[in-house]
Design a protein around this ligand. Sequence first.
Ligand SMILES: Nc1ncnc2c1ncn2[C@@H]1O[C@H](COP(=O)(O)OP(=O)(O)OP(=O)(O)O)[C@@H](O)[C@H]1O
Length: 698
Amino acid sequence: MNEAQTYAVTQGKGPMLVIAGAGTGKTRTLVHRVAHLVEQGVDANSILLLTFTRAAASEMLTRARELNPACADVQGGTFHSVAHRLLRTYGESIELPRSFTIIDPADVQQIIKGVVAELGVKQKGDRKFPRNRTIADLISKSRNLELSLEETVFRHAEQLAGYLDRLERVAKAFTQAKRDQALVDYDDLLFLTEELLKTQPHVRKELGHRWRYILVDEYQDTNAVQARLLEWLTTEHQNVMVVGDDAQSIYAFRGARVENILEFPKRFINTKVVKLERNYRSTQPILDLTNEVISRAEEGFAKNLYTEKTGGVRPELLRPREQKAQSRQVMERIRELLDQGVRPKEIAVIFRAGRDSFDLESALRAERLPFVKYGGINFVALSHVKDVMAHLRVLANPLDFLSWQRLLMLLPKVGPKTAQQIIAYLVDLNSPEEYGPKLASLPQATKYPGLKNLSELFVSLARPNAEPIRLMEEVLEYYEPICVDAYEDYPRRLKDLKELPGLASQSSTLWEFLADTVLDPPAGEPGEVPADPLTLSTAHSAKGKEWPHLFVIWASEGRFPAFAAMDDPQAVEEERRLMYVACTRAAKSLTIFSPQEQYFEGTGFRRLDVSRFLDDLPPEMLKKPQKGPIFPVPEPSSPESRGSMSQARPYKVGAKVSHQAFGQGKVMGYKGNDKILVHFGSHGLKTLMLRLANLSSV
Ligand SMILES: Nc1ncnc2c1ncn2[C@@H]1O[C@H](COP(=O)(O)OP(=O)(O)OP(=O)(O)O)[C@@H](O)[C@H]1O
């Protein structure tokens, strides 16, 4: 431990904020802090460690246990999982039914789809009506940002303003539908827990005594309600340590607020602030590059990470012609490393979106190089997995009509209408013992023979204390023939299903299993993890990890930053931080690939520029190809095409410009082809008509 780390680890009681750069030992400091508290005689049971994923908590607690076995009893988890446990125990005091189940974003979209149909708000042929996913995102955004739906629509989806009244009706009906079915979404978990802590002083007191020390990792990615929950949980003692890095905040799109870090000392008086700046992970040439990438950010704490490691190779930028060439070059570099004796698990390839690695994955398979992939895949959102889970979910919550609907529609000849008619008979079900007999006695039972099998399944599943794995095995036995009938590509799906018993075996109760699969689904692809694999990961899923040798692929405009973010200056800033997170994972070598072309359906190959976050870096920071663009690409002819957009955009994002009234400013982005967004110091962000703005370069 260095001096700053030691200070953070050994402080006594009271609030503490650790602001730490990438690779400066945040995780290590938290682990040592936990072990130190236990060594000082603090009861391990009274320490709560809140992390971003369940895996992070268990990894840190394993490390703490290695330092001191008494750490085995330290409590750990995510805000959501702790909220779930609290609501399960105390939820009835705020009138939450005991049998509530948690729904994931896919379920939310499903409910919204139902509500939209029921309300009849979408007119036939209206192709501009927002998609279910857009509506779900807007509702969640408005809750996370704690803005009215109206304000959220105006700020984030102005083009949908004409639908506002209909969206408000949908939002209201969605809330009601969740209430009717005792369903709780991710956002509800946090807000209901806040309600619980706010309105039930005895619960607050009890928890204040139970958890005497609370430590929070990745504080930059918490949202407003999480910050308040932390306050409620610590009102009794204020023993709270949060650790975060504003430069690594990458979940603003989900409502995370970097301000939580900035405001922490105001919320908790007498906060001790510690800054960690010595980086132990990367060589100086890598740090020079990453420091530069983040120093171009609009705002943030000034940090200058340094290392005492000497030497190291300069990061390198390569510009393969297109995707196939990129995969080939990555493979060559990987082969070189392996030939030098580097282990595959010391190598990772990072990218912006899950699909970015598909081509490379085929190349790796063809060469029989084993890999694991993180991010971009949500195993439990696969429809066949959801089919299976629906049977278990109704066991836990008889009111979960969403799941009833899903499992009934798997029966031969049962469509949505019939499913609804059947559900009308199920509304008075109270416990799983009643399901089997009820299904067998339905008036529809003779017409739909599938109901008989389903009834038998539920008779057999009605064992309140059965382990989740046993229930899972029975459901699978019932479901597999259905899967074969329902899906043409059933062999692949059956293979996925084989992973489910293993997942179920990790939980001892059905509640726990259902909550874990929704709140913290496995991050990797299902299946056995090879012994010494290469890692492929999205930048989001790479957070907190490190590898000696790192490749970043698709570092081109439109891919990283993602095209969808390019018109929104704040989104671009988040993409920049994401690039920073990606590059700071590298310890010894960093190689960045920026393909020069991308193939678009219909329009063919289009030129891609180097990602703006890496463009214009001096060659001493980033080694670049000797020649300029090696492959000439014909300019696109159609005026709507992406290529022409850059012609209509006379200033680079990040360039300095001057305006007669507002003075000097920085170009933040474009809105369409005719508006430019410029940040003018004290005048703030302005959207100007390019034609009229009369800007000049500085
Ligand atoms: N005092 C120290 N002495 C030696 N190595 C250290 C020290 N502190 C941290 N390290 C090493 O530095 C690396 C980065 O540490 P850690 O993963 O805790 O950083 P972090 O701040 O959580 O990083 P990030 O936020 O970038 O994910 C690890 O390999 C860790 O073992």
